[in-house]
Write a protein of this length. Structure first.
Length: 511
């Protein structure tokens, strides 16, 4: 009896398990069927069916039997069979779709079918069938039917951007000035209206090469390399190994405009032999400045002297009236520095070996006017009192010296006969201008705020020194008058001066 009972239990358990398995399989099959029905009920499935049918009909040449092509207008730029264009697009194009904005409601949907350029080529209208049914509490199934399929031929306006010296044709027609707008960047924009399909565009360079282009919506953009560089004239540009002349702008710079359908090889080289390849962009490592110094200076970058090609040598205008009386006057050297380095370390070393470093961010620097702050050396002071002579010059100019010709001959002992300054003084002493000097008396002390500074050697037998003071006077009507002297005095001592220190020139210091 026990064995029989045990077998009966096993049989019942096995039957129970089989029933559970069957129920699970039935539930799984139901859910699978429900998911399939839910997916098939999605409106996108209907749109994908339409696209598939369009492709099939286009490939079988039956598309215009099944679908109506819209009426279209005429365009001078579009003498083509639009039906053929659309048929090719439907058959071979990468068609996509999206819900048309503003058309979503419970009863109908409108989807736009797009070509490979995102142009709308057809619209599909779907209508709902019956009420939605919810199953398993979460799956709402709504049936849809295809209400209509409409081929869309939209009138478009295309713009074509190309270099202003390129030729553009649309469907075989050369575009002219009537549809062309010249832009400031050296390009032209062409506007083509009243066309339905993407036109056949040919863009040709002045050399006869055909350019490629890309299409973005209704914008057609020429693909080419366009470099525009404005560089100092001292910088050399090579294009594909050949010298590129560029356009001289007349201000020491040259504009290099390079356009090429193929990527050009552009190399830029400075006069110090630094060369870099340029592949576009707005920045280059560049130090560009002008330094003026006399020829006793040596300028260098990274301890390498600047080449002569960067220099222009000229006479120093400050020494104009020293010519003929002082030998070996320093020349003025203008350094037009243009090197392919950021903040190049520029050093200037004078004849004494003293070195100063130039800030490369300051375009212009004049070392000829650098203040030394030096006083008159004792050896010179032992031979000549430069301040006393400057005062004597000032007294002469205000008719406060005594003697023949208002003290000219006393002053002439400190001037070099035949020099420019000697002639100026003599003409003043013997001319009418000196007689117009206002009646006045000198205060006591007559001279205040005296300064003698910035002594510097011009040559071994010539120096310059800056002298300033205020001469205090009282005019005949009782008013005070201050006559300020602030000038550079140039003294020389050689065979032309009788081997004594004498004035060759006086230049007012203008601030």
């Amino acid at each position: 009896m026990k064995t029989k009972t045990r077998l009966s239990f096993k049989f019942k358990y096995l039957v129970y398990v089989l029933i559970l398995v069957c129920l699970a399989l039935l539930a799984t099959a139901y859910v699978w069927t429900l998911l399939t029905d839910y997916e098939d009920s999605q409106p996108e499935k209907k749109v994908e069916f339409v696209i598939s049918n369009l492709k099939s009909a286009a490939k079988n040449d039956t598309i215009w039997n099944e679908y109506a092509f819209p009426e279209v207008g005429e365009s001078i730029y579009e003498d083509i069979d639009l039906r053929s264009v659309y048929e090719t697009e439907f058959a071979e194009g990468d068609l996509t779709y999206k819900l048309k904005p503003g058309t979503l409601d419970d009863d109908s949907l409108i989807y736009s079918i797009l070509d490979s350029d995102d142009n709308v080529v057809a619209e599909v209208t779907l209508n709902s069938l019956g009420d939605p049914v919810t199953k398993l509490a979460v799956f709402t199934i709504q049936e849809w039917e295809i209400a209509s399929v409409e081929i869309i031929a939209e009138i478009k306006t295309y713009t074509i951007d190309a270099p202003d010296d390129f030729t553009v044709t649309v469907n075989g027609i050369v575009l002219g000035d009537d549809v062309r707008e010249n832009l400031e960047d050296g390009t032209a924009k062409y506007t083509i209206s009243n066309v339905y399909a993407l036109p056949n565009v040919v863009i040709t360079s002045p050399e006869g090469e055909t350019a490629t282009y890309k299409v973005s919506g209704t914008k057609i953009l020429t693909e080419y390399y366009d470099y525009s560089l404005t560089l100092p004239a001292a910088i050399t540009v090579y294009l594909n190994g050949e010298l590129h002349e560029g356009e001289d702008l007349g201000d020491g710079t040259v504009r290099h405009k390079i356009r090429s359908l193929e990527q050009p090889y552009v190399e830029i080289e400075d006069q110090m032999g630094i060369a870099i390849s340029y592949t576009g962009g707005n920045t280059l490592p560049l130090t560009y400045c002008q330094i003026i110094a006399d020829d006793t200076y040596t300028l260098s970058i990274n301890n390498i002297p600047l080449p002569e090609s960067m220099t222009t040598v000229s006479d120093n205008p400050d020494y104009e009236h020293l010519e003929g009386f002082v030998n070996d006057l320093p020349k003025t050297v203008t350094y037009n520095i243009a090197v392919l380095m950021d903040e190049a370390p520029i050093a200037a070393t004078d004849a004494t070996g003293k070195t100063i470093f130039i800030d490369p961010s300051v375009y212009s620097r004049d070392l000829t006017s650098t203040s030394t702050g030096a006083s008159v050396p004792e050896s010179i002071a032992a031979e000549i009192d430069v301040l006393a002579i400057a005062k004597k010059w000032s007294l002469f100019m205000s008719k406060d010296l005594t003697g023949t010709n208002y003290g000219f001959w006393d002053l002439a002992n400190h001037l070099v006969k035949g020099s420019y300054r000697y002639d100026v003084a003599y003409k003043y002493a013997t001319g009418i201008d000196i007689t117009f000097t206002s009646i006045h008396t000198l205060k006591d002390p007559a001279f205040v705020n005296e300064q003698v500074t910035n002594f510097r050697w011009i040559t071994d037998d010539c120096f310059a020194v800056d002298i300033s003071f205020d001469k205090q006077m009282v005019l005949g009507d009782g008013r005070d008058l201050v006559d300020t002297m602030n000038s550079t005095f140039y003294f020389a001592k050689n065979d032309k001066t009788g081997y004594t220190w004498k004035i060759l020139e006086i230049k007012e210091i203008v601030k």
